[in-house]
Design a protein around this ligand. Structure first.
Ligand code: SAM
Length: 213
């Protein structure tokens, strides 16, 4: 039963027009794929896709690409994508480890990391999406003014990320440890995880980071 599920998901993804196949062939050519020169924003670990779909709907002059590692999760995002007829959003099933194979230097203007897996064990720290190995990759693909926008419910991951980001030469801006209790949350678009945590009264931390060059 489980196997059939995976097979069905694989098939759905392989034929869906919003899911990019052979993404590594488009390195440096994303503006041609979108057929315009608009800025490109990406979300890594998009989950079921409410956040990126809402952003794409609200900002038709920005192109969005969502990354999700697992087929079974991405297939659930397709429903959100199908409900809107959006020309400015695409998704890719891929591990962010390979992101340098997909974008050329400076091709991206913003990276969203929302409720990234915390990987609490020290020996798994390299898997955290804010580990400096990932920051090095982000630095390469971001344009000079490009930024990372990161939010999480996880206090330890947030403090780790803040330390890592500052230690590796990024300027941190707009830091809050309680996004929903002050004005910073005004333009905030909630993700599926965020809705769940907020309904449980758990504070959400957020920061933005720009590489000092
Ligand atoms: N961003 C969504 C939200 O806030 O509702 C989902 C959060 S969920 C905790 C983290 C998601 O990131 C999972 O769907 C997971 O599969 C994905 N993910 C984790 N590591 C990833 C990686 N290295 N590359 C791509 N996706 C990843």
């Amino acid at each position: 039963m489980r196997l059939r599920n995976v097979k069905d998901s694989d098939k759905k993804i392989s034929i869906h027009p919003k899911v990019v196949k052979n993404e590594k062939n488009y390195k440096g050519k994303w503006n041609k794929i979108f057929n315009n020169d608009n800025p490109i924003h990406i979300e890594i670990g998009m989950g079921k896709g409410k956040f990126i779909t809402t952003l794409a709907k609200n900002n038709p002059n920005i192109n969005y690409i969502g990354f999700e590692k697992f087929t079974k999760v991405l297939v659930r995002a397709l429903k959100n994508l199908e409900e809107e007829d959006l020309r400015n959003v695409l998704v890719i099933r891929m591990d962010a480890e390979e992101i340098l194979d997909v974008f050329q230097e400076g091709e991206i203007d913003r990276i969203y990391l929302n409720f990234s897996d915390p990987w609490p064990k020290d020996r798994h720290d390299k898997r955290r999406l804010t580990h400096h190995n990932f920051l090095e990759k982000y630095e390469k693909i971001l344009s000079p003014d490009g930024r990372i926008c990161f939010k999480t419910d996880n206090k330890d991951l947030f403090e780790f990320s803040l330390e890592e980001i500052e230690k590796y030469g990024w300027k941190v801006e707009k830091v809050t440890r309680d996004l929903h209790s002050n004005d910073n949350g005004e333009d905030n678009i909630m993700t599926e995880y965020e809705e769940k945590f907020v309904s449980m009264g758990i504070p959400i931390s957020r920061l933005e980071a720009v590489k000092e060059r």
